[in-house]
Design a protein around this ligand. Structure first.
Ligand code: ADP
Length: 671
């Protein structure tokens, strides 16, 4: 192949521009990305070699070497992994294979801080080299191919790159970074070692650097910063030393791993810049043996809503990397979890299809699901500061709290403060996804229910759990009341809430799109039934006093003839018309029958272009309202009846079937 110049795919060029302009404050991640690629390449070789050991070419010790040359101003990362053919270099280093790239690039705003977060999540991989290099040369040969079938790829990171054939005896890849002037400090052993320690300790293969020695260095002052040597310069010794721990983090005992190392590993696999909210690390023994290291991220990825998105777990078998995004290891609703599962039982040549059927995988999946739920329960239990640790509103410690504060040790207090608010953060990012679990994971439904949080008539933020609600229930209250609506404002101002507000009964306000669907799967919580305030007749049971009940019965009786007339006038619109006690200020509202689909869900289905059954709601009228009182004997009876109905529809965020007719009727009355 003769030398040829090719253009980058448009998205790559755009991405490159951003990489060099946005990731400036996070320069050092380039090394993590390139070492991670080198490690992936070794994993791939090991995997392919399972069926073809010839690929090792008598060089079975997989490793990564990092070298630098101060004079040439280069930093080089070399691996003896799978390597690339010329075509692979063109394909893999000139385009972005990942789906969703266009989407991704279109989401970038030009705001550097926001963009660098997004880029971080996306994982810039190889292109991150251009943060520190103004030119990158890649030399590679694919395992199993001839020496003469090597490839050299060179680019300045602008619009194009060059490729040509080279002879390369060594299998694998060298990435040669021609360092920018302002990145010359990366041509230094201690700097590079420091970064490797930070990000790549867990990489399971050795990362080696050439040992250096002081040339003619005389020990003058052992306590000064360069080890007491004269700055005579370091020289390379020709010996190689392994600079990382070279053991996969999840294979090490928990007690030897610092929180920071757990966090760094998470950042590496997730491309997240932020530390995770929680992790769990366990060796599971028994009929199925595996190790799990699972993380709860603090931030939702941009493709969270794509249910097609594969899971976030990497699968290893006996420490050999098998696949990324192994979706069979966790249910879809936990797709935000990141981490690693290393199985001792699965065959090395396991495929995605096989995974779906394996009994071991089923056991792993159940085990991982339980662990994730425990992690979430733990976060939820520690979300609020213990009363005592929270500073009182006026800043002073009141007499009641002082006693308890004394009981908490400084350590416990710090721990409590560290954990406070984490679940709230988790829930605002992932709560809606968690709800999908109600319809997907029946075995864990009860645990999931305990993890749900909603806004309510006594809290605008989604912070009320069913258990909190139950603890606050009024004496004699027999149900957990809720209402679903498109927005919090619509829910809060809904006429159906009036009597509940008047009586001080809390109602959960559900405004997530999935709520309506998810609640189909929840009939009760801990023995207390859930009751929509917009479904069926209100039955406040013992919460209603005798006088109220009597008044309601009487009203129903005296209103009978009027109701019959209303029913007749609205027979095309309303399933039924009845008197209600649920309204205080509004003249009327709409409800659906107990087993009916809510009008809100029907509306949502219609908006989504799906077939929804025609729901005819029940019109409930407030016998005490002046407008309703005026109805009887009014010459405008028919118009008023329709206005009553259409207004009830408007109040819950709906739209009259014939808006023009509604306007005409109201105007006629106004005039
Ligand atoms: P990612 O690693 O996320 O797929 P990159 O941009 O980092 O994205 O790399 C693109 C592709 O280039 C990789 O998927 C891989 O096929 C190839 N590649 C990168 N580095 C190496 C390497 N050291 N050895 C072999 N192939 C590599």
């Amino acid at each position: 192949m003769t030398k040829q110049t090719l253009s980058f795919q448009a998205e790559v060029a755009q991405l490159l521009h951003l990489v060099t302009h946005s990731l400036y404050s996070n320069k050092e991640i380039f090394l993590r990305e390139l070492i991670s690629n080198a490690s992936d390449a070794c994993d791939k070789l090991r995997f392919e070699a399972i069926n073809n050991s010839g690929l090792y070419e008598n060089d079975p010790e997989l490793k990564v070497k990092v070298t630098f040359d101060k004079d040439a101003k280069t930093l080089t990362i070399t691996d003896n992994g799978i390597g690339m053919s010329a075509q692979e270099a063109i394909d893999h280093l000139g385009t972005i294979a990942k789906s969703g790239t266009k989407d991704f690039v279109s989401k970038l705003s030009g705001d550097q801080k926001a963009d660098s977060q997004l880029i971080g999540q996306f994982g810039v991989g190889f292109y991150s080299g251009f943060i520190v290099a103004d030119k990158i040369t890649v030399e590679s040969r694919r395992a199993g191919m001839k020496e003469t079938e090597g490839v050299r790829w060179v680019s300045g990171g602008a619009g194009d790159f060059e490729v040509e054939a080279i002879t390369r005896p060594a299998r694998g890849t060298s990435v040669i970074l021609h360092l920018r002037e302002d990145a010359m400090d990366y041509a230094s052993a201690w700097k590079v070692k420091g970064i490797i320690n930070k990000y790549s300790d867990h990489i399971s293969l050795p990362i080696q650097m050439e040992k250096e020695e002081w040339k003619d260095g005389e020990l003058i002052n052992p306590s000064d910063e360069n080890g007491g040597r004269q700055p005579g310069g370091m020289v390379k010794t020709g010996e190689w030393e392994t600079v990382n721990k070279a053991s996969a983090i999840w294979t090490r005992p928990k007690k030897d791993i610092a929180q920071e190392q757990y966090d760094d590993f998470y950042k590496q696999i997730s491309h997240d810049f932020e530390a995770p909210l929680a992790h769990t690390h366990n060796r599971v023994e028994g009929s199925t043996e595996y190790t799990q290291l699972l993380y709860i991220p603090g931030k939702a990825p941009m493709d969270l809503w794509n249910r097609e998105k594969k899971g976030g777990l990497k699968l290893y078998v006996k420490r050999v990397f098998i696949m990324d995004d192994a979706e069979a290891l966790l249910p879809t609703y936990l797709r935000f979890v990141k981490g690693v599962v290393d199985s001792a039982d699965l065959p090395l040549n396991v495929s995605r299809e096989l995974l779906q059927e394996s009994r071991d995988v089923k056991a792993i999946r159940d085990g991982c699901t339980k662990r994730v739920l425990s992690m979430l329960e733990d976060l939820a239990n520690h979300d609020k500061l213990p009363e005592a640790a929270a500073p009182s509103a006026d800043g002073a410690t009141g007499a009641t709290t002082a006693g308890v504060t004394d009981v908490l040790s400084a350590e416990d207090k710090a721990e409590a403060e560290k954990n406070a608010g984490k679940y709230t953060k988790f829930y605002s990012e992932f709560g809606a996804v968690l709800k999908e679990g109600l319809g997907e994971d029946f075995a864990n439904k009860e645990r999931l229910c305990k993890l749900l949080r909603f806004a309510s008539t006594s809290s605008d933020s989604a912070s009320v759990g069913f258990a909190d609600y139950k603890a606050r229930m009024k004496e004699g209250q027999e149900a957990i009341y809720y209402i679903t609506a498109d927005t919090l404002a619509a829910a809060k101002n809904s006429p159906q809430l009036e009597v509940f507000k008047k009586k001080g009964i809390e109602v959960l306000l559900m405004t997530d799109r999935v709520d309506e669907w998810a609640l189909n799967f929840v009939q009760d919580f801990d023995g207390t039934p859930l009751q929509s305030v917009a479904k069926g007749a209100v039955d406040l049971g013992t919460l209603q006093d005798e006088a109220e009940k009597k008044a309601a019965e009487e009203a129903a009786e005296t209103f009978k003839p009027l109701l019959a007339k209303l029913k007749e006038a609205l027979k095309d619109k309303a399933e039924d018309v009845r008197v209600t006690t649920r309204l205080v200020d509004s003249p009327a509202c709409l409800v659906v029958k107990d087993d009916g689909m809510s009008t809100q869900l029907a509306r949502m289905l219609k908006q989504a272009g799906q077939a929804a059954p025609e729901v005819k709601p029940v019109l409930e009228v407030n016998a005490e309202h002046p407008l309703v009182k005026k109805l009887d004997g009014s010459v405008h009876f028919n118009d008023l009846a329709h206005i009553l109905f259409d207004q009830a529809l408007l109040a819950e965020g709906g739209m009259p079937a014939d808006p023009a007719a509604y306007v005409k009727r109201v105007n006629a009355l106004l005039v």
